[in-house]
Design a protein around this ligand. Structure first.
Ligand SMILES: Nc1ncnc2c1ncn2[C@@H]1O[C@H](COP(=O)(O)OP(=O)(O)OP(=O)(O)O)[C@@H](O)[C@H]1O
Ligand SMILES: [Mg+2]
Length: 497
């Protein structure tokens, strides 16, 4: 069978460093091909070469056996190749429907028609998104659904999904996978990039694994399992730590640092009350959209105050109410965002600069003026602690792979030496090895006496590192469990019933 698309000896280097090296990759008609590898392995770069986003340093691309050059994303799209990016590429100030039909000029002047078409189209995909809503008002999961809808709308022959499921609820994931099956039946070929290995095993026909920019293997999915995949990804045998099966003790609560009483915001956070203690990890589990992010943002002063309806927040027993993040940071409260692109860092600044900005904001620098040496030291310490993979610490954050950007966001928060740290989906988009490292760091924070609140939709993560678990549903805390007694079934039951 002639591959629909093929990359031969594809290489991409940046300033002499290989992001992808001599990779041969092909995609058969109607195939779902999963592309796996650690953060920075080259997955996004490889697929961006095919989608006309990144210009290969060397190598050739063949479309149905014919040599082609992908000059731009628009060029690739006109040849039937669409990509759904890891970092959203939507226009925030336009509506959902406008984004989906962005390049269809004739539609663009008649808004009503556009919304009706958008409504029908989204419904046909079983996506629950309002076509008239502005993209900037959507949560991460819904933005992702709009991205997916846009690619499907273009009737592409090849659709590349770069971590499409990381921000979706279980229900939305289900819709997405049934969409993939339907597309496949229509002969569409799909590249599926994910850190969720079970998902890749479940939906792909073949799997390709990259390591350090090089191809390790391509094989039919039926010949692989989780263990073989992880081994190929990381190039070494598995440790207990990687699987998180090691036994651990539940920490006792220290001093009550934060207490929240009857917090309410619109219908998203409803009369929520809870406390967070020093020296402990309080896990907050709930499905995406259960109001956890919103509550965290009110606490840390990140959300706009006009949405805040009532309730009380106390820090060390004293009422506080932050309208902007700065005073919260001064008081030692840090919120580590789930939406790194929008709120996490200054993407055109270097890693060092970003971390130093964090240190300055937290008032933890030795000197009050900019000190280049201290900046270097801070960057060195934290990129090592989190194994941030970059050419060096002067690299701009925008040049890092998605997972490494996430590590910088976390490092920037830790630099500030918080007393209360709120992690919102800390390991989203992060590879299996790095997840273990981040979990280790979170444990260490609690050991060091920091009050940790961790919001997560990833149940194994909540189970593995929480000392206490709060379960949210529809804007309320519906259950509080001790980390030693909770099991997956109990938590999930509380979250959905
Ligand atoms: N514009 C750029 N400038 C310099 N280096 C880059 C650029 N884009 C990517 N890189 C480097 O290329 C390597 C591969 O990055 P890529 O984004 O393809 O990884 P990935 O496999 O998609 O990782 P992740 O799972 O974290 O998304 C990384 O080391 C990254 O820092
Ligand atoms: Mg990537």
């Amino acid at each position: 069978m002639t591959p629909l698309i093929e990359l031969r000896d594809g290489t991409k280097s940046y300033r002499g460093v290989h992001a992808v090296k001599d990779v041969n990759f092909d995609l058969l008609p109607g195939e779902v091909h999963a592309l796996l590898g650690e953060n920075g392995a080259g997955k996004s770069t490889l697929t961006k070469m095919i989608a006309g986003v990144v210009d290969p340093t060397a190598g050739e691309i063949y479309l149905e056996g014919k040599r082609v050059e992908m000059r731009s994303p628009a060029d690739a799209l006109s040849r039937g190749i669409a990509m759904v990016y890891q970092e959203t590429s939507l226009v925030p100030s336009l509506s959902v429907a406008q984004n989906i039909y962005l390049t269809d000029q004739q539609h663009f002047h008649r808004l009503r028609g556009l919304y009706i078409a958008g409504q029908q189209f989204l419904q046909s995909l079983n996506f629950n998104v309002d076509p008239t809503a502005l993209v900037q008002s959507l949560g991460a999961g819904q933005k992702q659904m709009v991205e997916i809808a846009r690619a499907v709308h273009h009737q592409a022959k090849v659709i590349i999904f770069d971590e499409p499921t990381a921000t979706l609820t279980p229900e939305e994931k289900h819709q997405f996978f049934s969409l993939v099956k339907r597309l496949r039946l229509r002969g569409v070929s799909i590249v599926f990039i994910s850190h969720a290995l079970e998902e890749a095993l479940a939906i792909s026909d073949r799997i390709t694994i990259l390591r350090d920019g090089e191809l390790v293997l391509t094989a039919p999915t039926a010949e692989l399992d989780r263990e073989k995949i992880v081994q190929a990804m990381v190039g070494r045998a598995l440790t207990e730590e990687l699987y998180g099966t090691a036994e651990r003790d539940i920490r006792k609560p220290g001093k009550k640092i934060l207490s929240v009483q009857n917090l309410s915001m619109n219908n998203i956070v409803r009369n929520t009350s809870f406390s967070v203690f020093a020296g402990q990890v309080t896990g907050m589990f709930g499905l995406i959209g259960s109001g956890r992010t919103e509550a965290a943002k009110i606490i840390a002063g990140v959300d706009k105050r006009d949405f805040f309806h009532g309730g009380q927040i106390r820090l060390d027993g004293q009422p506080v109410r932050y309208r902007v993040p700065r005073p919260a940071v001064k008081d030692g409260i840090i919120y580590v965002t789930e939406d790194r692109k929008q709120e996490g860092f200054f993407e055109t600044m270097s890693i060092s600069e970003n971390l130093y900005m964090g240190a300055l904001a937290g008032g933890v620098t030795k000197s009050k003026t900019v000190n280049m040496r201290e900046m270097k030291e801070i960057a060195q310490t934290w990129t090592e602690a989190l194994s941030v993979r970059a050419i060096n610490n002067d690299a701009r954050v925008i040049e890092l792979s998605g997972g490494n950007q996430q590590k910088v966001v976390i490092a920037k928060a830790l630099v500030q030496k918080p007393r209360l740290i709120i992690f919102d989906e800390p390991t989203r988009g992060v590879d299996v090895g790095a997840i273990a490292e981040i979990h280790q760091l979170i444990h260490q924070l609690a050991e060091d006496g920091v009050a940790v609140l961790m919001i997560s939709s990833y149940l194994p993560e909540v189970m593995k590192i929480s000392d206490r678990i709060l379960v949210c549903r529809q804007g309320r805390i519906v259950e509080e469990l001790d980390g030693s007694e909770a099991d997956e079934a109990m938590i999930m039951y509380a979250a959905v019933h």
